[in-house]
Design a protein around this ligand. Structure first.
Ligand code: NAD
Length: 293
């Protein structure tokens, strides 16, 4: 089967160009541009790379941004104090706390401290609850990015069987809720599979749309995929590759080469869901800015 790539890089660049026009209109009126702040604790190489992309994307669309770095030994109290400071900073429209945080920090406590109106990652339970009930909210950035990709490639979701692998609060669970809601990009029949799911293959081979978000390289093999399925690979896994200068490369959860041949559409890794997550974050920040106006 000939397949089409769901190109997150191209799609996110298109979205960012559209956003650039909107930001230029704002600044032409003499208003300040939107501002995104990001807190980065420690020096996890993957987090550093994500942050670099986020800051670069802010520059591309004409936002201002700042990266607030803290050492790994920051205490929970100090981190929460920093979050409260950003909550109260008029110049900051939205901010994110890059995960993962060090083990001694309780992620939930930190996320709960974020003002929901500035929670542009959409992780706060207030935003999650609004999302689940179809109320206006910041959608979590990765699921939002997946919806935008489906929308831009005009992939029908209504009445389709969707299987999501992985039930995290930031990807699997919210995308399963969003796609099952009575919305244009929803109305699907969604199965949420996880580590205790029995006979996963029996489920995935029924999926018109298969979304993998578990974080295991080459987990989704061709025999698990229905002919003509749309395959969305959220996983980001670093594996050894001695042919590369760095000795490693990034792969998703899907055995891309073989699965692609059975798919109608498929996301690559890198260049699929990752860039869409960043575009969604920028969209959420513009939304936060406009709400303040
Ligand atoms: P997680 O790491 O918190 O949880 C993994 C999930 O996979 C769990 O719900 C678990 O039940 C499920 N799982 C584990 N083994 C399984 C198995 N054998 N069968 C079925 N389910 C199984 O999830 P996460 O934070 O959503 O991250 C998942 C992957 O997505 C990671 O590779 C992460 O790096 C990546 N990610 C990518 C983006 C992006 O923008 N592209 C954003 C967030 C996460």
């Amino acid at each position: 089967m000939s397949y089409k790539i769901l190109d997150g890089k191209v799609t996110s660049n298109t979205i960012k160009e559209e956003l650039r026009v909107k930001v230029d209109e704002i600044t032409a009126k003499g208003l300040r541009p939107p501002h995104l702040s990001a807190i980065l604790v420690g020096n996890n190489p993957a987090s550093e790379a994500y942050m670099k992309n986020k800051v670069k994307s802010c520059n591309q669309v004409g936002f201002t941004s700042d990266l607030i770095r803290r050492d790994n030994d920051i205490t929970q109290e100090e981190l929460i104090a920093l979050v409260l400071q950003l909550n109260n900073d008029e110049k900051v429209d939205g901010f994110i706390v890059q995960l993962p945080l060090p083990d001694h920090i309780d992620d939930t406590e930190v996320l709960l401290a974020i003002e929901p109106k500035k929670d542009v990652d959409g992780f706060h339970p207030y935003n999650f609850g609004c999302m689940a009930q179809g109320l206006d909210s910041f959608l979590p950035a990765t699921p939002y990015g997946i919806l935008l990709l489906l929308e831009r490639y005009e992939i029908e979701t209504s009445g389709k069987n969707v299987v999501v692998i992985g039930r995290s609060n930031i990807v699997g669970t919210p995308i399963s809720i969003l796609l099952s809601r009575k919305e244009k990009l929803g109305n699907a029949t969604v199965t949420l599979a996880h580590s205790r799911t029995k006979n996963l293959k029996a489920l995935t081979t029924q999926a018109d749309i298969l979304i993998s978000a578990l974080g295991k390289p080459f987990f989704v093999t061709a025999d698990m995929v229905k002919e003509g399925a749309v395959v969305i690979d959220v996983g980001i896994n670093r594996i050894d590759d001695l042919s590369r200068k760095s000795g490693t490369r990034l792969v998703g959860d899907v055995d891309f080469e073989k699965v692609a041949l059975k798919s109608s559409f498929i996301t690559p890794v890198p260049g699929g869901v990752g860039p869409m997550t960043v575009a969604s974050l920028i969209l959420n920040t513009l939304k936060a800015y406009k709400a303040k106006l």
